[in-house]
Write a protein that binds this ligand. Sequence first.
Ligand code: EPU
Length: 418
Amino acid sequence: MDRFEIIGPNRLQGTIRAAGAKNAALPALTAALLAEGTVELSGLPAVQDIRTMVRLLEHLGAEVESSGHTLAVTSSGKPVADDADYALVKTMRASVLVLGPLVARLGHARVSLPGGCAIGVRPIDQHLAGLEALGAEVTLEHGYVTARADRLVGNRFKFAGRTVTGTENLLMAATLARGTTVLDNCAREPEVVDLARLLTAMGARIRGAGEDRIEIQGVDSLGGASHRVIADRIEGGTYLLAAAITGGDVVLEDCAPGDLAALLEVLERAGCAVDVRPTAVRVSAAGPLAAHSIETAPHPGFPTDLQAQYMALMTQAQGRSSIHETVFENRFQHAPELVRMGAAIQVDGGYAWVEGPAPLSGAHVMATDLRASACLVLAGLVAEGRTVVHRIYHLDRGYEGMEEKLRGLGARVERASE
Ligand code: EPU
């Protein structure tokens, strides 16, 4: 197990690029299961979740050739297996994204139920209800979901709540269904739009991705395609927050500033200078930071995946801010670790109140999930002295070479083995 050792305080300065978006790459990889040709995906991030997904695809009989940040996935002929077992699914919830493609392509799928995770219960009831609406017979047994359908049939389905991977699963399943599917109350995340672009390049007929209603006209088969995944707005946003918390000045290049709008607005309100260019954003924080309250929400709201990092920022802002987490019920595990570093935070249910500015001092802290780990790294950057962030494997699931990128911006961060 690796750890990060950070000597603070640091001031970050320079230019940075985000890797390809993990949460766009994962559904794109499973979409390849739908194609009769080869799907070539470029710009993929070199992170653990992608390696896990490749193992799952290979288990399902797909051939995966890799070259740098590009993967070519071929699953022509029928995949040899239809099951995603517990060992893989428990390490990565996104494994559930094979469900839609497998039922659509093979007529059957068996996927381990993901169960709880560090940030909440996270059921998949909406994925299953949607597949049932398309005519699949869904059963739950021995911790596995089995879905069967000779051929899925287009239908109308309204998600009870917005779900990102649920929308992606249904979108993929509907591409090969007979007739038209209309999905309402869809997730509008840029990653959903990116998946629709890939599916369209494969021959799918989709209208409305990125909006509340998506219409899919089923086709008989899908072919290969080449696709470059979008830049990771959460990774990029994390570095902009790192610039802000360290009183730094960072330019994030090759990004889609519109996808970061909620964060950029909040950073401005917190006292940062934000300069938006067509494909880049510069954030600098010369003066004192001001407390500003937020509430997480599905896109285009403030992303839950940046909430932990924002909490680190608020420990350094003047005044009292509240952070309302509305997407996941248990996503404040970073708060007690920040308190151990000297932060003043009170948590009550879905709310956290942060009183700042609190001088942070280096400490041993433990990461519990991906974004909580990023939050602790940000706190370590600004803390006085040595911070050791343990269990960096969480971070490695979604951040490519974070220590090198931070060093490139002038931070003193080293990776060490436990
Ligand atoms: N939900 C249900 N029923 C469902 C599906 C979801 O009740 O059938 C609930 C969840 O429990 C949660 C809310 O709906 O309270 C939203 O969950 P969603 O399904 O949107 O989350 P997800 O698709 O499992 C993706 C990202 C997460 C990100 C969330 C929210 C991927 C692979 N994962 O998860 O990313 O936090 O959307 O934006 O796309 C991360 O990268 O660190 C991460 C956790």
